[in-house]
Design a protein around this ligand. Structure first.
Ligand code: GLU
Length: 597
């Protein structure tokens, strides 16, 4: 049992948790009228879960739980779990509904990483369903005719940035390994919602409005998100018959119906025919796509093993580095209100990001010091650098032990937030943590067969070399772009105790590390840990969450030598603590919930 001594002052200052939000979210997914019995009618338990979140209270359950970014998706997963399905089954149902109701964040046209704890064998498995660079892509894909890197959004919008989607293959592989429910049954809610329509949520409507110009560039995308030239409105009923058709094909033919046949042909022609910015994805790329099982990466923190997705994700390595460097410091005694806690966390993060920028990439293509980066003696040496009282002046990569000799230059790549995180525990004790993405909000803005295509290739470094030294995360054909996604399962004494993850571009790493610290060291329950205002440092400014108590640290952080930047920090953390009971939390910054029985 964890101690729960909550530091009152900081928590009571959770300023952004507006109760109106719960009502707004509830309104947005309520049926328009009471008589039609639509799938999206909000049940009493969904309303209770939304309210609990906004009051900062966790949800508890005995048997199973699912936490994800949209109530309709959570309900689809809950139905599967209630009927005796596994966490892998529920994940399929959640993902196909997310791809419909939260299309800007993840879907069939994207990729994902999945971490699975198997109760029967006690084994942890990680599956890499990351998008892959087309075979026709070269180092020069994101260069202009003068060899200069393209501007970020010039590369993102259109066909150039689209990698081979991995999510459909990942769904099938997870179900093949761990599924209990019939595969076609997992598509029922997605198909019904796509055919009958769902009510556009406030978040989706807001994001469409902000992105209207880019969404208007391609006719199929414009027709869906800007019907009659106007952005979708909150509460409007939206149908997606093409998506329903795609789901029917997946349900009856499996992933083969996606990677070949008409859907594949639609993807290829959309990418290669994108006006102004055609890409190079081909039918061969789709036909060759493979989910890859990888070794989990684990790092020790206090009594816990923090396990997650290794390369091509930098997630588990960087989260593990931050926590490993902090292991020698008594954050519990210092608490969340001492600015020195934030100095330690911020500088550990800066040091970890320095290593990330130099060493982390798809290790099928470049030699990496994967073990060296989370080696306890290396981390304790790096952690020693934090034994100061002010911000570090120099932050440089360290020298972790390489499996092979190598020499890399620091990278340059940008990630802007979309993405979604799903945490699930089933009645059999299996635990799933999956982060899923199409990269930028609305991905490449190209749409085909009812779903958006990713822009994941812009997660590669646009530059290939620095001063003649190659950059590890440069683009190469068949390679997978480095990610920050950090689906995590925390283990204690060989048993899973927490599933957690978040969207947020490279800030994901800070959101996840900080939430684990809040939960493990500051005795917060999962909801308190997720609701805690953000203070995040990657490699530049110390970002503090606008409109929250975090802003109150700005002066103290400035005095320690940081440049402070108050801004929105829209994480989407979803977590489940596993103990005698299941305790779930959902990020108040998004529309999701945790639900269980
Ligand atoms: N494309 C990013 C990654 O794989 C995620 C983007 C996001 O979280 O918004 O790391």
């Amino acid at each position: 049992m964890k101690r729960r001594l909550i530091s009152g002052l900081f928590l009571s200052a959770l300023a952004f948790a507006s109760p109106a939000f719960a009502q707004e979210a509830a309104d947005a997914v309520s049926p328009e009228g009471g008589s039609e019995g639509q799938v999206q009618g909000l049940t009493a338990e969904v309303i209770a879960a939304l309210e609990a979140k906004m009051e900062g209270k966790p949800v508890t359950a005995q048997n199973w739980m699912v936490a994800a970014a949209n109530p309709l998706a959570v309900e689809a997963g809950a139905k599967v779990l209630r009927a005796g399905g596994s966490a892998a089954d529920a994940m399929v149902a959640v993902q196909v509904v997310l791809g419909l109701v939260e299309p800007q964040s993840s879907g069939l046209g994207g990729g994902a990483f999945l971490v699975w704890y198997d109760a029967a064998t006690g084994k942890m498995t990680t599956l890499d369903g990351r998008e892959t660079a087309p075979l026709e892509a070269t180092h020069r894909l994101f260069h202009d005719e003068n060899g200069e890197p393209l501007k970020f959004f010039d590369a993102v919008v259109g066909g150039l940035s689209v990698g081979t989607p991995g999510t459909p293959a990942l769904l099938e592989e997870a179900h093949r390994r761990w599924g209990r429910s019939p595969w076609p049954s997992l598509f029922a809610d997605g198909i019904a919602l796509a055919e009958d329509g769902f009510l556009v949520s406030p978040r989706l409507a807001g994001l469409v409005e902000k992105d209207a110009e880019r969404l208007s560039r391609f006719p199929v995308t414009a027709e869906y998100f800007l019907p009659d030239g106007k952005p979708l409105e909150q509460g409007q009923r939206l149908m997606n018959p093409d998506y329903a058709e795609t789901l029917r094909t997946l349900a009856s033919e499996g992933a083969a119906g996606f990677y070949g046949g008409e859907i594949a042909a639609g993807i290829v022609s959309t990418v290669r025919g994108a006006e102004g910015n055609p890409g190079v994805l081909s039918g061969i790329d789709l036909a060759l796509y493979q989910v890859i099982e990888r070794e989990p990466v684990c790092a020790t923190y206090r009594a816990y093993e923090i396990c997650g997705m290794g390369p091509p994700s930098s997630g588990a390595l960087t989260v593990g580095q931050i926590l490993g460097m902090l292991d020698g410091y008594d954050l519990a005694a210092m608490g969340p209100e001492d600015v020195q806690s934030w100095r330690l966390i911020g500088d550990a993060s800066r040091l970890a990001f320095a290593d990330r920028g130099r060493y982390m990439a798809d290790h099928d293509f470049v030699p990496m010091p994967t073990n060296g980066l989370v080696d306890p003696s290396y981390l304790s040496e790096r952690g020693g650098l934090l034994n100061e009282s002010e911000a570090l002046i120099d932050v440089a990569p360290g020298n972790p032990a390489f499996d092979h000799a190598s020499n890399w230059a620091d990278d340059e790549s940008l990630e802007l937030p979309s993405t979604s995180h799903i945490s699930i525990v089933d009645q059999f004790g299996n635990v799933l943590s999956m982060t899923t993405t199409i990269e930028n909000g609305f991905g490449s803005r190209l749409m085909t067969n009812g779903f958006l295509l990713n822009n994941e290739l812009t997660d590669f470094s646009f530059k290939t070399h620095r001063d003649g030294v190659p950059i590890a995360n440069r683009l190469e054909p068949g390679k997978r772009p480095r990610s920050s996604m950090s689906p995590t399962i925390v283990m204690q004494d060989g048993a899973p105790v927490l599933a957690i993850g978040s969207p947020g571009g490279s800030r994901i790493i800070g959101y996840v590390a900080k939430s684990i610290i809040a939960w493990a060291d500051w005795d917060m329950d999962v909801q308190q840990a997720l609701s805690l205002p953000h203070l995040v440092n990657r490699f530049g400014t110390y970002d503090v969450e606008l409109g929250t108590a975090a802003e109150g640290y700005a002066d103290q952080l400035t005095a320690l030598g940081y440049e402070v930047n108050p801004r929105d920090l829209t994480s989407g953390l979803h977590a489940i603590e596993i103990g005698d009971v299941l305790i779930g939390g959902a990020d108040p910054r998004r529309e999701g919930i945790a639900l269980g029985e």
